[in-house]
Design a protein around this ligand. Structure first.
Ligand code: ZN
Length: 355
């Protein structure tokens, strides 16, 4: 009998109760935060007639025009590259706006529960979290919980967040992901296949730098110390965030490694919990990863509806998508509309309950 391994897959619904805006609500926010007139002019002149346009439509148009070197309305390839960069920075600014955060209590509870599970079975590999979200609320909760609740006063920390790729840190107290286990520390696996607002990448040597409490300013104004020290060359770091487009580019070496690792976590999983993830058709790369990696695991789906016993149309449509996708592997009773906060409260209150 293989050991139990739980993989938690998080979607936008995981961060929503905390106050992180959903993608469909980002456009009005981005219009507020647009860093220059060109992005604002582009959005208003082409999409100002409706705020219901999906970000996928806008980004796909930009990406298609860039890849074909064609003009999209009056915007050419140089404009579109700059527009896409500004757009991503505006998304990061909107998502990292601390004034919007309502609560992180349930996220701290989740982090504490998982670190307890990890530290109670050090020789095994009991869980991994795959987050499709860009925000870094859970990352920050893991980081602060590891330091404040699992490190004895006066001693050095021995629990580190493991992004499952080779990472560099601005903060000297942190260490590269792939050295955590080698140095005898405990790792907490968090895989982010769509990138993260606290990640920035060197466009020259591809080093991935992590900055907790990152903002677009801290990303774009920091330089790669490795290139500076070894090549006498400086270039600002760039965000590593997969934009919502039908032409997603996962060619970055770190993202490839994370996707490969995510596949392994799913193959090894005995239990999988989808939390606040709507399984959209546009996430076809992830759906393919699930289809090829999930065979025997028990599956549970946690969604949210105001009235859990009589879910609204959108929640019901999501339930249907899951049933059609997983077929007999998923029974209707394994899909709950209790919401992430109630689910995590149950996890917290029951010491033996992990999924
Ligand atoms: Zn570099």
């Amino acid at each position: 009998m293989p050991r139990k391994k739980i993989v938690y897959i998080l979607g936008a619904g995981f961060s929503k109760p905390a106050g992180v805006p959903e993608q469909k609500k980002l456009l009005p926010e981005i219009l507020n935060f647009a860093p220059n007139n060109q992005l604002k002019n582009f959005l208003l002149s082409l999409y100002g007639h409706t705020i219901n346009v999906s970000l996928e439509d806008i980004f796909t148009a930009l990406d298609k025009s860039i890849s074909e070197n064609s003009i999209y309305h009056r915007f050419g390839i140089k404009d579109n590259l700059k527009l896409r960069e500004d757009f991503i920075n505006a998304i990061i600014k909107s998502i990292t706006d601390k004034r919007k955060i309502k609560t992180i209590d349930y996220i701290n509870d989740f982090a504490e529960k998982l670190i307890s599970l990890r530290t109670s079975s050090k020789s095994t590999d009991p869980f991994a979290v795959i987050s499709t979200n860009w925000d870094s609320l859970l990352d920050n909760s893991f980081e602060s919980t590891a330091i404040n609740k699992f490190t004895e006063p006066g001693k050095k920390r021995n629990i580190f967040l493991d992004y499952c790729t080779y990472t560099q840190y601005f903060d000297k107290s942190n260490i590269a992901s792939n050295l955590i286990k080698a140095k005898g520390f405990t790792n907490i696996k968090l895989l982010k296949p769509h990138g993260s607002v606290n990640w920035c990448i060197c466009p020259s040597c591809n080093s991935l730098f992590i900055k907790f409490a990152a903002t677009p300013k801290t990303i774009n104004t920091n330089f790669c110390k490795i290139c500076k020290n070894n090549l006498n060359f400086e270039h600002p770091l760039r965000p590593l965030l997969i934009s919502p487009t039908f032409l997603k580019d996962f060619n970055n070496v770190h993202l490839k490694f994370i996707w490969w690792n995510a596949g392994f976590e799913l193959i090894e999983a005995t239990h999988i919990v989808f939390i606040g993830y709507s399984l959209p058709l546009s996430d076809f790369e992830l759906r393919y990863l699930f289809a090829r990696s999930i065979k025997k695991a028990k599956i549970k789906v946690i969604l949210f509806s105001e009235n859990p016993n009589s879910p609204d149309n959108a929640a019901d449509a999501t339930k249907q998508r899951y049933i059609e996708f997983f077929g007999k592997a998923l029974k209707p009773k394994d899909i709950s509309f209790e919401g992430v906060e109630n689910y995590i409260q149950k996890l917290r209150n029951d010491k033996k309950f992990y999924w």
